[in-house]
Design a protein around this ligand. Structure first.
Ligand code: PEP
Ligand code: MN
Length: 284
């Protein structure tokens, strides 16, 4: 991967992205909230519930990249103002998607982290613009992209001067239809080998199935991910976007109750050493 320079593992110490009091890359970080901001009540009630369950950041889209032009496109500025209010009420920093390079600077006034969605991973003018923004960027993996293509996109942001990039694996397209996408969990240790940037897992868009989200959260923690991004809605049946895959606040809080002891256990394990991997290769 010759073109991966600033993002390469050798080029820097492990990146810790600080968002208010949260240190992404050091603390296991849970980002939760609705797919879209739909109303003040929906966003603030959902924000309160995820905060109570232990989430660290609030997610919610005000600009939605929808497959159909007739589907709900997000509330735009009004949605960002709702997120601002949710932050005031809960203290949770905001992760929100930006779709258009022309919006980056003013959306940054509301966002603590700018999200680049899977469909825009290779939108190079957008990447350059967020590379010039004074906000961390959560860069989702393109649904058809290799790790090398993904890291090249991170490189675009870093090379514009923004060192705060968080990678997010959100599933890739395969022939499997039972799940919405296929969660590539091997991306976690692979990304750890290739880059110093933190990586979080999105079990929601990758599986598209509520029953699979909890187990994939556990698996992500065991694989060494730096955190999760999970969709939660206070009334999933009423959600305007991704209703079938949103956890209820109760389901989210159950997942968090299982995650905590697992994390404590995982943190006690000895870390992998290259030495032990080398010696197992010699044995083969
Ligand atoms: C999202 O997280 O709101 C989203 C649209 O996800 P993705 O870009 O991974 O489809
Ligand atoms: Mn969604």
């Amino acid at each position: 991967m010759k073109s991966i320079k600033l993002a390469s593992r050798e080029s820097a110490q492990t990146t810790i992205v600080k968002v208010d009091g949260v240190q992404i890359g050091r603390d296991f970080t849970v980002i939760a909230g609705p797919c879209s901001v739909e109303s003040e009540k929906q966003t603030i009630e959902t924000a309160r519930s995820v905060k109570a369950a232990g989430a660290d950041l609030l997610r919610g889209g005000a600009f939605k990249p929808r497959t159909s032009p007739y589907a709900f496109q997000g509330l735009g500025l009004h949605g960002l103002k709702i997120l601002e209010k949710a932050k005031r009420e809960t203290g949770l920093p905001i992760v929100t998607e930006v779709l258009d390079p022309r919006d980056v600077s003013w959306v940054s006034e509301f966002a603590d982290v700018l999200q680049i969605g899977t469909r825009n991973m290779q939108n190079y003018s957008l990447l350059k613009e967020v590379g010039r923004a004074a906000r961390p960027v959560l860069l989702k993996r393109g649904m058809y992209s290799t790790l090398e293509e993904w890291l090249n996109c991170a490189e675009y942001i870093l090379s514009e001067g923004n060192p705060e990039v968080i990678l997010c694996e959100r599933g890739i397209r395969t022939f499997e239809k039972y799940t919405r996408n296929t969660l590539d969990l091997s991306a976690v240790p692979a990304i750890k080998e290739l880059t110093h940037l933190p990586i979080v897992i999105d079990p929601t868009h990758s599986t598209g199935r509520i029953s699979l989200i909890g187990p994939m959260c556990m698996a992500a923690a065991a694989a060494g991910a730096d955190g999760l991004m999970v969709e939660v809605h206070y009334k999933p049946q009423e959600a305007l976007c991704d209703a079938d895959q949103a956890l209820t606040p109760g389901m989210f809080s159950d997942m968090m109750r299982r995650l905590r002891p697992l994390k404590t256990f995982l943190d006690q394990l000895p870390s992998w050493s290259n030495k032990s991997q080398e010696s197992s290769e010699v044995k083969k």
